[in-house]
Write a protein that binds this ligand. Structure first.
Ligand code: GLV
Ligand code: MN
Ligand code: MN
Length: 404
């Protein structure tokens, strides 16, 4: 029996990023693979039966693998320089919850409607390696076309097909998996809260209501690559200068739209030399709004301004959608039952995306959030107090026991 804090403590050195701070645990990198092995060992120590499906999702079964099971899970990959809790908190809490259920005398031969419980680990939830968030659950559900996924490339030029093959997955079998979806009767994901919805003093656990619609777009600004010393200022078509103005325009356009969020968190100049005027700059835009039609208008407005800016600098710009997920409302029946099992827990909407949101279109899904007092996330400063993590594992155990 281990507490969630002991479990998190046992992985605290995996994937630390000395340069960025925090953790860099990209999907199928050495740190994430180490965490996957850690999870498999932990599951086996608890007598769970472990299998990895054709999309690289790990399933750890307490009870016989079968259709309609109760499934809880999250992810072990991180954003570059991320915190300790986004993903691993849900996995460690699931393992701790199994321990708690065992101390309550439950065993895998329970007679409830779900009959079995499984813990799942989804790969590439953050989309930090191949650019598409929740890649594992999107493949499982068919929300992304398998060929499109297999051709995604990481920054080193590896395709997802290469990486899948290197991790003993058969690229020919990657994609929609109706048998695996049928195994999920209800899905519950516990996750660190990533906003300020749970302040000091009040309840530490909330029940999720919805996930904000979100998407990713690539803006490519092209100009004339040239020499930084010999090219007169008046003779330049510098895509970096256009890109800088586009970043500001993204902020300003979103700021005028109530409830919108838009971010450029990544920008790559090509070729990228101090004394080189770039020939191209790629910017990645993350935009979110509760109303999908408003998101579409926002993107079209941003693209319109970007084209004007690029033209004024003698450059051109293209826009490509890389992924999109509309706003998701969790299953009201499942959320109500969870609310009854956790009396007094507030209900919170999530501004962040989750595998539970992708699954929600296919199976009843719900989420629990654990207090993160500052709301800071996707940062080394993400924080969950030990007592709140323990309360989260207990709440998850109560929910699983109640739903089983
Ligand atoms: C995932 O954490 C996201 O919301 O991008
Ligand atoms: Mn997450
Ligand atoms: Mn995240």
């Amino acid at each position: 029996m281990e507490t969630v804090n002991q479990l998190l403590d046992s992985i605290k050195d995996v994937g630390r990023d000395a340069m960025r701070g925090g953790y860099s645990r990209a999907a199928y990198s050495t740190p994430e693979l180490d965490l996957r092995h850690w999870f498999i060992e932990q599951a086996q120590q608890r007598g769970l039966q472990v299998e990895t499906d054709r999309n690289g999702i790990i399933w750890a079964w307490w009870g016989t693998p079968q259709d309609g099971a109760l499934v809880t899970g999250s992810h072990l990959d991180s954003v570059p320089g991320g915190g300790a809790f986004d993903g691993p908190l849900g996995i460690a809490s699931a393992l701790a919850a199994v321990d708690i259920l065992k101390t309550r005398g439950l065993d895998s031969k329970n007679t409830g409607p779900h009959r079995s419980l499984a813990i799942t680990v989804f790969p590439e939830e953050e989309g930090s390696r191949f650019g598409v968030a929740c890649l594992g659950s999107r493949l499982l559900t068919g929300a992304i076309d398998a060929d499109k996924a297999l051709n995604l490339r990481d920054v080193d030029g590896n395709t997802f097909a290469d990486i899948a093959r290197g991790n003993r997955l058969d690229p020919g079998r990657v994609g929609r998996d109706p048998e695996a979806i049928a195994r999920i009767g209800d899905f519950v994901e516990l996750h660190v809260e990533q906003g300020k919805g749970l302040g000091h003093g009040g309840p530490a656990i909330a029940v999720g209501s919805s996930i904000l619609g979100h998407g990713r777009w690539k803006l490519s600004v092209s100009g004339q690559g040239n020499h930084a010393g010999t090219t007169l200022m008046a003779d330049r078509a510098d895509p970096m200068v256009a890109a800088a103005q586009i970043v500001v325009a993204v902020r300003d356009t979103a700021a005028r739209q109530p409830d919108a969020r838009a971010t450029v968190g990544r920008l790559t100049p090509v070729p990228g030399g101090t004394n080189v005027i770039a020939s191209r700059v790629d910017l990645w835009l993350d935009a979110r709004h509760p109303d999908d039609a408003v998101t579409a208008q926002l993107i079209s407005a941003i693209y319109g301004v970007a084209r004007e800016i690029a033209a004024s600098e003698g450059c051109a710009v293209t826009l490509t959608e890389e992924s999109y997920s509309g706003t998701v409302h969790f299953d009201p029946g499942l959320s109500r039952r969870i609310g009854e099992l956790l009396p007094g827990a507030p209900v919170l909407a999530s501004g962040a995306g989750h595998d539970a949101g992708v699954l929600a279109g296919h199976v009843p899904s719900a989420m629990l959030f654990v207090r993160n007092p500052s709301g800071i996330s996707h940062s080394p400063e993400e924080y969950v107090a030990d007592e709140d993590a323990a309360a989260g594992a207990l709440a998850l155990a109560d929910v699983l026991e109640g739903l089983l």
